[in-house]
Design a protein around this ligand. Structure first.
Ligand code: HEM
Length: 464
């Protein structure tokens, strides 16, 4: 189609030069996108210092882009900054980089059914470790998101690399120092995204600190790799690290190089922990807000584990926690913890026969908005309701209306891992504790690459 015969993508009124960037001062991008979404019918264009970004917030446009065939993952400004940590690792690699396909092939068996059965006892052990810690602190309120992050960090490191951050210790452990470095790099990376190029190159104290913390993360990764290489007794185990160190790619016959293994390892520690810890924290928030859902969830857990706190967990039990699964799916609908997916079409595209997208134009699929599209989820689309994901209702969800784990070739490799570990921990917490929140708590959602409920203080009171 000739671009001149298409319509312009609507846009809010913009300031000269600044475009729409002033809307974002002191506000989270997710909050601004949620406000602006109300003004448009599923798609709009924002300008930042002359650069266009298209936000897709409605299912019909998301479906058009995802099924059009020419869109690929866009490594846009924020992801470019994260390449300082993730390099050409799976999450931050360009589609055309050879290491993406190679690593994808090599790592897939690490997410197979067989691998999941191997990880399950580790997940259970870590769920027990966190619950024991929560029991030790049951006299006081703890920050739910921090506690959940201890579990997911420990679990991805233990299952993936046979490594422990000692995350359940009461004193400051490796986990604390690692998380401190990681959080600094993520926050600073996103701040750098908004800086003009010349400012980024200046040796400002923030840049030097960013580099120091990046080096700290590299040292963690290198330490994990060196320890494994020195320990031949574990070389037969199925985990991410052994696959990366020992497997040849089926297409090229090559192994991953050492620098890429470091990038993949950091990618798993970043992509594989905050996303899952945040959905666990949102689940706790919604269970506190919806006692009727909590009662139903606990009944399911007590039915499956009728003999008290279990000493182990089977995959059959995990799969039978269907209602817990519905709860997580609904949390990821309202608050998808990886809230945006950036795509672009190298040759340009026309959406819905009328909207022209320029070649390599960055389009953001804004998931918290897409997942609340009223034409799909009804007038009450902002309300929490796990029944949206009952077996019956799931059949009616249109294609590309719900994509908390991404879409296409670059979809999340860890989604089954994430759901399994989340179900194991939530089931254990429901079995062992009553949850008490602060009555006046108002949901605050923080936005730092991933989103999470901020300042959610919870007391976990032992049931037995
Ligand atoms: C609830 C938890 C999780 C959510 C919501 C989530 C979400 C996502 C999303 C939306 C993407 C696509 C991003 C894009 O297209 O730009 C993605 C990719 C990815 N995720 Fe996850 N994720 C979760 C858990 C995990 C876990 C546990 C792991 C690893 C153990 C993991 C590893 C990855 C990797 C490596 C990629 C890049 C895949 C590729 O491009 O080949 N994620 N994730």
């Amino acid at each position: 189609m000739n671009p001149s015969s298409t319509q312009a993508i609507p846009s809010p009124s913009a300031l000269p030069v600044l475009g729409h960037s002033h809307h974002f001062i002191g506000k989270s991008p997710v909050a601004v996108a949620m406000e602006m979404t109300k003004l448009f019918d599923g798609i709009f264009n924002l300008k930042f210092f002359g650069m266009d970004i298209i936000l897709i917030t409605g299912q019909k446009y998301a479906h058009a882009a995802c099924s059009e065939g020419s869109f690929e993952k866009s490594i846009h400004l924020g992801l470019q900054e994260l390449r300082a940590i993730g390099g050409d690792g799976l999450f931050t690699a360009y589609d055309h980089e050879a290491n993406w396909r190679k690593a994808h092939n090599i790592l897939l068996p690490g997410f197979s059914k067989k691998a999941m059965s191997k990880y399950l006892p580790i997940m259970h052990e870590n769920a027990k470790g966190l619950c024991d810690r929560l029991a030790r602190h049951s006299g006081s309120f703890v920050k739910a998101d921090d506690e959940m992050a201890r579990y997911t960090l420990e679990t991805v490191a233990a299952c993936g690399f046979g490594y422990s951050f000692e995350a359940f210790a009461d004193e400051k452990s490796d986990a604390y120092h690692y998380l401190e470095a990681m959080n600094y790099c993520l926050t600073e990376g996103l701040r750098r995204m908004k800086m003009p190029g010349f400012l980024k190159a200046l040796p400002l104290p923030s840049l030097l600190r960013f580099k120091r913390n990046t080096q700290k993360m590299f040292r963690y990764a290198d330490d994990i790799i060196t320890k494994r290489m020195a320990d031949q007794s574990r070389s037969e185990e199925l985990d991410f690290l052994n696959l990366m160190l020992n497997t040849l790619d089926k297409d090229t016959g090559e192994k991953l190089d050492k620098e890429n293994i470091r990038y993949q390892l950091l990618t798993f520690l970043v992509a594989g922990h905050e996303t899952t810890s945040s959905v666990l924290a949102f689940a706790i928030y919604f269970l506190l807000r919806h006692p009727e859902v909590l009662v139903k969830a606990r009944a399911e857990v007590d039915r499956v584990w009728s003999d008290g706190v279990p000493s182990g967990v089977s995959m059959k039990e995990v799969l039978s926690f269907r209602y817990l699964q519905q709860i997580f799916r609904e949390c990821l609908r309202l608050w998808p913890t990886a809230p945006s997916i950036a795509v672009q079409s190298p040759k340009g595209a026309v959406l819905c026969d009328r909207l022209y997208i320029k070649p390599n134009q960055v389009c953001i699929l804004s998931l918290p908005n897409l997942h609340r599209d009223k034409s799909v989820w009804g007038e009450n689309s902002d309300a929490f309701d796990p029944e949206n994901f009952s077996a019956e209702n799931m059949k009616n969800i249109p294609e590309n209306a719900y994509m908390p784990f991404g879409q296409g070739a670059r979809t999340c490799i860890g989604q089954h891992f994430a759901m399994t570990e989340a179900i194991v921990l939530l089931a254990m917490m429901l079995k062992r504790f009553d949850f008490e929140g602060k009555e006046d708590y108002q949901l605050e959602v923080s936005d730092n690459l991933t989103i999470k409920p901020e300042n959610l203080w919870v007391r976990f009171k032992p049931r037995f």
